[in-house]
Design a protein around this ligand. Structure first.
Ligand code: GLN
Length: 573
């Protein structure tokens, strides 16, 4: 029987509800349970694919091609599992399903109403995602008191009625501010959040108190009397150096055992935190700090949400460097700066490595190409991700193959050498303005050249073995297998996630290869078309790029092979 843990936020957003939810799941997993998590986003967008990353943070891509809120990334990173897109529920999806069913006449003439039809659809989706798990942690986005939350709170209550109180618990993640002018930690906003929650018939079983400092007894007592819950269910979660510390801190407070006790359950196994703790120690006390430049275009919109726009790259760098006992200092470099006439690129010399991340459109592209050229010529470790691969191909075509004005047709549709071009099927979608959910999305298999550096990295990090198992499993799921192109699983195949429309133009591959660019892996589409997935330069300390987004599969205990190789090369340098 699945147990449900409903997590809601109080007081304000941005206090780490997502990572706390991920930590709770991680803890229960350590006790030997099969755990999954659901993120509820109460917006009308169908998914996060069309949301602006500078406002909303990065779009997370799942194996099965979902474009989702970045919190799902935290769940996958903490649980170390691949989650399907159905683990994200938006209000847009709920209403679309209900209205589509109504148009098909499936309600047999009933009046379709907010209650019960909307909560019914919410519950149906929750149960379907929960299926086969011991625990499901459900994070309701936003803050208690938001209008948009109401249907979800209603659905949670209704689920509790159907299943019984013994199978559902509620957690409130709240924030206790310490206003600068009085230097006293305030419980009042939390009390108000508790009251608002109770107006929905919900009384929290646990309250997790985020704050700058640990909660003292006076404040615990205040909250205890206000909500009437045992004091040991009020958990203090002060600010920390790294989010990977959170599960360890919550466990120090015995949160896992307390949750199990609440459900009347016993642990299935003894938690094994050794490796995780070691890595957290490495993050907190690195022996060496590496300087990395991420040269992107979002930089000119203000540095505030930057880290969020590239959050998975950030984490992939943390994972890879932790395994070498190092840390990475990221410098966000504006690619437009690089374009300015007379700009001295030698400022790039101070970096141990350069990343060109994913991106769209023409803004800042020439600056990125110049940066790639600098990294290539000056032997600076370089990692290109998606657009980063495409622009590295453009740079090589122009400066090594002498194809003047070579470009991607995304930037210059009239280029004489369209080395990166859109596939015909994608062009048709664009002409019909069908932007939502239509990119090449999700995991695809790539066959690696066994002589390549990329292959060696996938092999030595153990990913090759893991991906082979996953590929075999996916092959048994016929529909998925067809979509992901895993109908056969050659020995050297791996899986990475994608989100793009353009590809290396096959017409130019011979010329690029003849001039020394190595294509280290490709995907074979079911119609036989080969799509290039990796490039590398053998004589460079590290010049590797991929059409995929390997950052989505990086985990603390299992870093992404390409990031691992990139960090290794920076350390060697
Ligand atoms: N704009 C490029 C494309 O659509 C790259 C996308 C990306 O970097 N995610 O193919």
């Amino acid at each position: 029987m699945t147990k449900y843990i409903v997590v809601v936020g109080g007081v304000m957003s941005g206090v780490g509800k997502g990572v706390t939810t991920a930590s709770i799941g991680k803890i229960l997993q350590q006790y030997g349970f099969r755990v999954t998590a659901i993120k509820i986003d109460p917006y009308i967008n169908y998914d996060a694919g069309t949301l602006r990353p500078t406002e909303h943070g990065e779009v997370w891509v799942t194996d099965d091609g979902g474009e989702i809120d970045q919190d799902l990334g935290n769940y996958e990173r903490f649980f170390g599992i691949d989650m399907p897109k159905r683990n994200n529920i938006t209000t847009g999806q709920i209403y679309k399903t209900v209205i589509d069913r109504e148009r098909k006449g499936e309600f047999l003439g009933q009046t379709v109403q907010f209650i019960p039809h909307i909560p019914d659809e919410i519950k149906r989706r929750i149960r379907s995602a929960a299926n086969g798990h011991d625990f499901v942690v459900i994070e309701i986005g936003g803050t208690i008191g938001d209008f948009e939350n109401i249907p979800y709170l209603f659905a949670a209550k209704s689920l509790e009625r159907e299943l019984g109180e013994k199978d559902v618990i509620y957690m409130l993640i709240t924030y206790l501010p310490t206003p600068g002018h009085i230097e006293e930690m305030k419980t009042k906003p939390t009390q108000q959040a508790i009251r608002m929650l109770s107006e929905n018939g919900i009384f929290p079983d646990f309250i997790i108190c985020r704050a700058k400092r640990p909660l003292d007894n006076v404040r615990k007592k205040k909250i205890e009397t206000y909500v009437n819950i045992p004091r040991d269910h009020i958990i203090s979660e002060p600010d920390i150096d790294t989010i990977y510390q959170i599960p360890i801190d919550l466990e120090a407070d015995k949160l896992g055992l307390k949750i199990l006790r609440k459900f009347n359950m016993q642990p299935r196994k003894k938690p094994a935190w050794k490796r995780w703790k070691q890595l957290v120690e490495q993050i907190r006390h690195p022996k060496k700090t590496l300087k990395v430049a991420i040269v992107g275009k979002y930089v000119d919109i203000g540095d505030y949400s930057l880290a969020d726009s590239y959050i998975s790259i950030n984490h992939a760098l943390i994972h890879a460097s932790a395994s070498f006992g190092a840390s990475v200092e990221i410098n966000w470099v504006n690619s437009k700066e690089m374009e300015r006439k007379g700009h001295d690129l030698s400022s790039l010399k101070k970096y141990d490595g350069i990343i060109i991340p994913g991106g769209f459109g023409s803004s800042g592209v020439e600056g990125k190409i110049k940066t790639i050229n600098y990294a290539r010529v000056h032997s600076i470790p370089f990692l290109g991700l998606c657009y980063g691969l495409q622009l590295a191909v453009v740079e090589y075509a122009r400066n090594v193959c002498h194809l003047q004005n070579a470009n991607t047709t995304e930037v210059d549709p009239k280029t004489p050498y369209p080395v990166i071009d859109i596939l015909p099927a994608q062009r048709k979608l664009m002409e019909e303005s069908r932007y939502g959910g239509t990119m090449r999305l999700g995991a695809y298999s790539a066959i690696l050249n066994p002589d390549s550096r990329v292959f060696k990295l996938y092999k030595t990090t153990g990913r090759l073995k893991g991906d082979q198992e996953r590929l075999r499993w996916l092959r048994t799921k016929k529909n998925e297998a067809f979509r992901l192109g895993v109908l056969s699983t050659p020995k050297h195949a791996i899986l990475e996630r994608h989100r793009h429309r353009y590809e290396v133009n096959p017409e130019f591959i011979p010329a690029l290869e003849k001039n020394g660019l190595h294509f280290s892996g490709y995907h074979v589409r079911h119609d036989g078309t080969r799509l290039m997935e990796f490039i590398e330069l053998p004589r460079h300390p590290f010049f590797v790029a991929t059409q995929s987004h390997p950052e989505f599969k990086s985990r603390l205990e299992d870093p992404s092979p390409l990031f691992y190789g990139f960090v290794q090369a920076m350390i060697k340098k």
